[in-house]
Each structure stands twice: as structure tokens, then as C-alpha cells.
Design a protein around this ligand. Sequence first.
Ligand code: PEP
Ligand code: MG
Length: 331
Amino acid sequence: KQAAYASLRDVEPFTRCGTRIQVMLNAGLRDDMSALAMTGADGVGLFRTEFQFLVSATLPQRDRQTRLYRDVLDAAGEKPVIFRTVDIGGDKAVPYLRDEVAEFDENPAMGWRALRLALEREGLLKVQARALLEASAGRQLYVMFPMVSEPWEFDAAKQVFEDQLSYLKTRKKILPESIRYGAMLEVPALAEVLDDLLPRLSFLSIGTNDLTQFLLAADRANPKLAERYDWLSHSILRFLRRIQLATVGYDVDLGVCGEMGGRRLDALALLGIGYRRLSITPAAIGPIKELVRKVDLKEISEAMNTWLADPSLNLRAELESWARERDIDID
Ligand code: PEP
Ligand code: MG
């Protein structure tokens, strides 16, 4: 099996019907970047910048951040890297902010974390913006903001980057070739105001790990809720289908960067409701490429529409038998 996946490294993931699917990887450390060449992924769809913050006893200084981002871009070469600004706070506690974060956070996942924290500790976001802009000198920079709940948060975070860019201009520094800004959709409320947000975005990435826990009110880390926390439930897939439909007609790249994209049945469901870009864990790249090559999009989309119209159906069972009938490996 491993050899079969390795042989797919240089094979582009086209579906059976000829649609190119973007298969990207999730990373967070400098060392993760070797997976790009090993798997032949299309780029890094989610670089979790908070890893550097989480492993450090003190707030990482700007030059350390710049060095990491530059190394990551060097390792990626021509392939795109989407840097997500820090998602610390909440359950991702860092020693230097712990007291402040812990004070009121009885529900850390929906607490003072990610962009919420970064917009209030603007120094933190400013430093990260400078580091990302300087590391991207002469190259393309992709920036993504986590836990956006309302469009103004996206605007405010983007403004922090634009201010730093203006500063670098006055200093006659080499600037990024261009900058693309995107948001994560992991807070359900954002889905209701996409008409407002989408015209300002260049890409939108669904964080299904958090989105699912918020939609189902089921903690993603609690083993007692593992059965409730179900990516293949009707409500989750209908919700995701609605988001996909809402993006039609906008010039916005849509993708999923939660772990569900790396599971074959779940990826099959995502393809069936219109998703064409998945960012997943490195070990899943081979299996997902293999899956993509066996799927006819028209067939799976018709099947998903039929199944989603009937909430009494067990979607997992339907997807499994659909895949088996077509000799598609899903284990
Ligand atoms: C997500 O929530 O789906 C996501 C990709 O971000 P994280 O897992 O880092 O919260
Ligand atoms: Mg998340």
C-alpha cells in the first residue's frame, strides 16, 4: 500500500471525469516541510504558526518568526503556503499568556483565543505581520485568519498587515510580490454573513474540526462525545453544502482544512457536495489522491443530493456501499 501511495507522488490528482482536485497539506513545523516533496502535495493549505508559540517559553521574537517563515517558504519553492495567524489562547495555552487567558475561560474553545486575542493584543499580530511580510520579500504571501466570527474582524486583521506593509514601503524594503488574504470559517455565525464577507476574500477555508464542535455542541477532544462528533452527520454535510453554494459566483478559492478531508469517506462526501480543495495531514495525501482518481464527480454529487434529501438515511453506510460497489478502497 505504502509503495502504491509513494508511486502517486508525481501523479496529479484528477478525478475519473477529469477535474483537478487540489490536495494540500497541513503543517506547523519546519520539519513538516519535507512532506511536501515526499507526498507531491500541491502546497501547504494550512501552516499553523502557533506551533512555534506553543513550544516556546517566551513570546517568539520577530527575527525568530521571520526565520521560520522564510525557511518554510524556501522549502516550499514554487508551491503556495497559506500561513494562518496565531491560534493561541483557549485550549492552546501558552505560558506567557496563561494567567490572562485562564482568568475567565470556562469554555476555552469558545473563549478568548485566535483572532479575538490577536486583535486585542495588537502588538502580537503586528509583529507577526511584519515577520510574514519580510519573510515573503519578492514572493507571494497567503495569510489566513482563524476564528473569524464577523466580517469586521477580517477587515481589522487585514488592516494590521496593510499598515505594516505601508511602513515597509516607507523604509524601501523589498515587499511581497502580492498578498492574498483569506479567512477560516469555523464559527458557524460567519456562514450567515458570507454575502458581506466573500467580496473581500481571496480564499475561504473551512476549519471543520472547530466548526463541527460548535455546530453539534460536542467538544472535539472529549472521547465520551466521539460518536456525536460526526463529520458524516446530515447537519454537518448540509451546512457545508450550503457554504459551498453560497460561494458560487464569487472569485474565492474554497477549501476544507480540517482533518475530515483526510478521511476517505469524508473526503468522498466533500467531493460530492462540491469541494475541490482539501488540506490534510501528510499521511493522508497518498490515500486521498488514490481516492480522487477513482471518483466520478457527477455520480457522487447526484448520490449525495439524494441521500441528503432524506435525513433518516445513514450517510456513512450509504457512502460505504457506494464506494464498495465501485471497488473504491475506503479503509
Ligand atoms: C479546524 O478547526 O478545523 C482547523 C483546521 O484548525 P485547528 O484544528 O488548528 O483548530
Ligand atoms: Mg480551528
